[in-house]
Ligand binder design. Structure first.
Ligand code: HEC
Ligand SMILES: [Cu+2]
Length: 503
C-alpha cells in the first residue's frame, strides 16, 4: 500500500477502515497499477472533456451517435456554507456544491476519471459511482489524500441515472456531509427531447443544533446512527429551490427532473403538488417507463427521472410527501410556471362567499379580551407575596423530584457531595454566588477546576440536556433553597435568557 506523508492520522484511520471493506472486493487499496493499455478500437474513439454543471442545472443533451472517450475532472472541496438562515455547515462536496456536479455521458463511453482532492481539505476522500462496474464502483481506485489526484478508467456498460458518493469511512458521515451527486448515462438511442431539464437531490442532515439553530453546525453522529435527521433537504439547504432560486418553466413546456436521493438514510416519497408525472422512469431505468404517476418512491442511493408537461401557471411545490420533512425539516422546493391560464384546465378560485364571517370576528375579539385578562391575572399573582411564595413551594416540590431522579446520584440526597469527586451543593458558596451560572452548569455541564467552600474539584459534570426549561428552573430553585440555602427562585424565563446567550 502506498501512503503519502501528507495523509494525517485520521486519513490513515480512514484508509485502515476502508481497507477492511475492500477485503470484500478482494483488491488492495491504493495500489497504483499504472495506465491502462487501451485497445486500438478505444484509442480510435474521439476524446472529449465532460461538461459538469452545478445544481439545479444539467449539461446539454448528448447529440453524438457514437461512443467517445470522455475525460472527467471532479474536485473534492470541504466548504462552509449556508444550511438555513443564520446557520452554516461544513459541507464536504464534489465540485463545491451539494449535490455534487452533474456528469452526463453516453452508454458505451470509456471514461477517464480524475478525482482531485483540494489541498485545503482536511481528509482523504474517494468516489463510488453506481454507473461503474467494478470493485467499490471506483472507490478502491480513488482513495485520494488532500492535495492529491487519482485516476481510473471505466466503461459505461449500462444506461440510466446513477448516484455517485464518497465511500471513505465513516461512510454515513461523508455522505451525510453532502458527498453525493448524479451521473447520467444516456441510452445509445438517446432520450426523448424535452424543453427543460433540472437536477434535484434529496439528502438528510444531522446537526448538533436543532433545526434552524443559528451559527456553525457540526455533524451529530448519534442522530445519524438513530436516523433522526435535523434537516431533510432538496439541494443542500433550506430554500435552495425557493423564491428567486425556484425552478422555472412556461405553460405548454415539458419539464424533466433528474431526481436522486443521496441519503445517507432516508427514502423519498417524491411528489410535486399540483402536478401529475406524465412519465416516470422508475428507479431511473429507461427501459420501463410508467405513466400518470402522483408520487414516486426513490431509495437512498437511488434515482428517478420524471417528465411532465405544465399546463397551468402558478407555483408548484416539490416535496417529500412524508410531510413532516417538508414542513418541519426543509424538504421543499418550487417550480414557478408562467404563462396564460386555461381556466378549463384549472379555474382558480371561482367564488369567495361569506361563511361564518361574523362569528369568526366575534370569536377573535373574545380571544383578545381573554388574553388581556389572563395577563392581568398573571401580573396580580406576581405582585401578591402569598401567591408568589406558594408558587415557589410548588417549584421546590417539582425540583425535588428532578433532583432525586438525576442529581442525587452524584451530589447525594443530602447535597453534601463527596470529597475530591462531587462538590457539595448544600451551603455551596460557588452555587449561591451566581444563579445564572448554576442554570448554565445544569444545561451545559461543567469541566475543569472549580473551588467550592475552599476545596478544589477537577472533574466533569455532564450536561443535563434531557431536562426541559421548566425542569431546569425547578431543580435550580430547589438546590438554591434546600439544605438551608437561601438563593431565591429561578423562572423558565431565566432559563430561556441564559440559553439564548451565545456560547
Ligand atoms: C454524573 C455526576 C453528576 C450529576 C448527575 C450531576 N452533577 Fe453537578 N457536578 C458534578 C461534578 C463532577 C461537578 C464538578 C465539575 C468540575 O469539577 O468542573 C458538579 C458541579 C455542579 C455545580 C457547581 C459546583 C457546586 O458545587 O456548586 C452545580 C451547581 C451542580 N453540579 C448542580 C447539579 C444539578 C442541579 C444536577 C442535577 C440536575 C447535577 N449537578 C447533576 C457531577 C454531577
Ligand atoms: Cu469523503
Amino acid at each position: 500500500m502506498k501512503t503519502s506523508p501528507s495523509i494525517p492520522l485520521a486519513g490513515l484511520l480512514c484508509a485502515a477502515l476502508f481497507s477492511g471493506q475492500a477485503l470484500i472486493a478482494s483488491e488492495p487499496v491504493g495500489e497504483v497499477e499504472g495506465p491502462v493499455d487501451l485497445p486500438p478500437a478505444v484509442l480510435a474513439m474521439p476524446v472529449e472533456t465532460a461538461v459538469l454543471t452545478a445544481p439545479p442545472h444539467v449539461p446539454p443533451p448528448i447529440t453524438r451517435k457514437h461512443a467517445a472517450r470522455v475525460v472527467v475532472h471532479l474536485e473534492v472541496r470541504e466548504v462552509e456554507s449556508r444550511i438555513a438562515d443564520g446557520a452554516t455547515y461544513t459541507f464536504w462536496t464534489f465540485g463545491g456544491t451539494v449535490p455534487g456536479s452533474f456528469i452526463r455521458i453516453r452508454e458505451g463511453d470509456v471514461v477517464e476519471f480524475h478525482l482531485n482532492n483540494h489541498p485545503s481539505s482536511k481528509l482523504p476522500h474517494n468516489i463510488d459511482l453506481h454507473a461503474v462496474t467494478g470493485p467499490g464502483g471506483g472507490a478502491t481506485s480513488s482513495f485520494t489524500a488532500p492535495g492529491h489526484s487519482s485516476r481510473f478508467t471505466f466503461k459505461a456498460l449500462n444506461p440510466g441515472l446513477f448516484v455517485y458518493h464518497c465511500a471513505t469511512a465513516p461512510v454515513p458521515m461523508h455522505v451525510g456531509n453532502g458527498m453525493y451527486g448524479l451521473i447520467l448515462v444516456e441510452p445509445a438511442e438517446g432520450l426523448p427531447p424535452v424543453d427543460r431539464e433540472y437536477y434535484v437531490m434529496q439528502g438528510d442532515f444531522y446537526t448538533q443544533g436543532r433545526y434552524g439553530e443559528p451559527g456553525l453546525q457540526t455533524f451529530d453522529m448519534a442522530k445519524s446512527i438513530d436516523e433522526h435527521p435535523t434537516y431533510v433537504l432538496l439541494n443542500g439547504s433550506v430554500g435552495a429551490l425557493v423564491g428567486d432560486n425556484a425552478l422555472t418553466a412556461n405553460v405548454g413546456e415539458t419539464v424533466r427532473l433528474y431526481f436522486g436521493v443521496g441519503g445517507p438514510n432516508l427514502t423519498s416519497s417524491f411528489h410535486v403538488i399540483g402536478e401529475i408525472f406524465d412519465t416516470v422512469y422508475p428507479e431511473a431505468s429507461f427501459s420501463t417507463p410508467q405513466h400518470n404517476i402522483q408520487t414516486t418512491l426513490v431509495p437512498a442511493g437511488g434515482a428517478s427521472v420524471m417528465d411532465f408537461k405544465v399546463e397551468a401557471p402558478g407555483t408548484f411545490i416539490l416535496v417529500d410527501h412524508a410531510l413532516s420533512r417538508a414542513f418541519n425539516k426543509g424538504t421543499l422546493g418550487m417550480l414557478k410556471v408562467s404563462g396564460p391560464s386555461d381556466r378549463v384546465v384549472y379555474s382558480g378560485k371561482e367564488i369567495d362567499a361569506i361563511y361564518l364571517g361574523d362569528q369568526a370576528e366575534a370569536g377573535t375579539a373574545a380571544q383578545k379580551r381573554e388574553a388581556e385578562l389572563e395577563k392581568k391575572i398573571a401580573a396580580e399573582i406576581k405582585n401578591n407575596p402569598a401567591i408568589a411564595s406558594l408558587t415557589k413551594e410548588v417549584q421546590m416540590e417539582r425540583g425535588k423530584r428532578v433532583y432525586m431522579q438525576v442529581c442525587f446520584a452524584c451530589h447525594l440526597p443530602d447535597g453534601k457531595g463527596m470529597p475530591k469527586v462531587f462538590p457539595p451543593l448544600a451551603k455551596s458558596d460557588y452555587l449561591l454566588a451566581d444563579k445564572d451560572r448554576a442554570i448554565r452548569i445544569v444545561m451545559k455541564g461543567l469541566t475543569g477546576p472549580v473551588t467550592v467552600n475552599g476545596e478544589t474539584f477537577n472533574s466533569a459534570m455532564p450536561a443535563q440536556s434531557q431536562l426541559n426549561d421548566e425542569q431546569v428552573a425547578d431543580v435550580v430553585t430547589y438546590i438554591l433553597n434546600e439544605w438551608g440555602n437561601d438563593g431565591g427562585s429561578v423562572t423558565t424565563d431565566d432559563v430561556r435568557r441564559v440559553k439564548s446567550e451565545t456560547n
